[in-house]
Write a protein that binds this ligand. Sequence first.
Ligand code: HEC
Length: 126
Amino acid sequence: MPGFLLRAAFTVTLLTAGSGTAFAAGDPAAGKSVFQSTCSICHSVQPGQNKIGPTLSGVVGRKTGSVAGYTYSPQNQAANLTWDAATLDKYLEAPRAMIPGTKMTYGGLKDAQKRADLIAYLATLK
Ligand code: HEC
């Protein structure tokens, strides 16, 4: 409980551009460790460095399927979404529900707080 309160005191609230919808406060430091244990096997955070999945450098604010030199599935390529707090939250909870046919073979992150932390971290990757 004290840990949670401490963390809550240092969180950043993510707002989706324009809509004014507030999401759960995310802690980028906690999100970094979620990323390292869960996503880094397939994704780099270095610009231009694609692994099994495309680099996640600059992912917040970019369009689906827009990393040069990475071969996406047709479904991800055609999704025509912008990755922001709202779309990432939905996608990371259940990737194949949001983009059926995606070749991201990751089942999803069910813990809303961990997703918020992860998205806060992704937002720092410019
Ligand atoms: C088993 C490997 C694997 C894991 C684990 C994985 N991904 Fe992916 N990810 C992929 C692949 C492959 C794609 C490309 C999907 C496609 O083209 O259909 C992708 C695509 C994405 C995209 C869309 C990128 C774009 O440019 O449109 C995002 C965002 C993403 N992953 C975030 C994450 C996050 C955050 C995690 C950790 C929770 C994660 N992924 C875990 C393999 C993985």
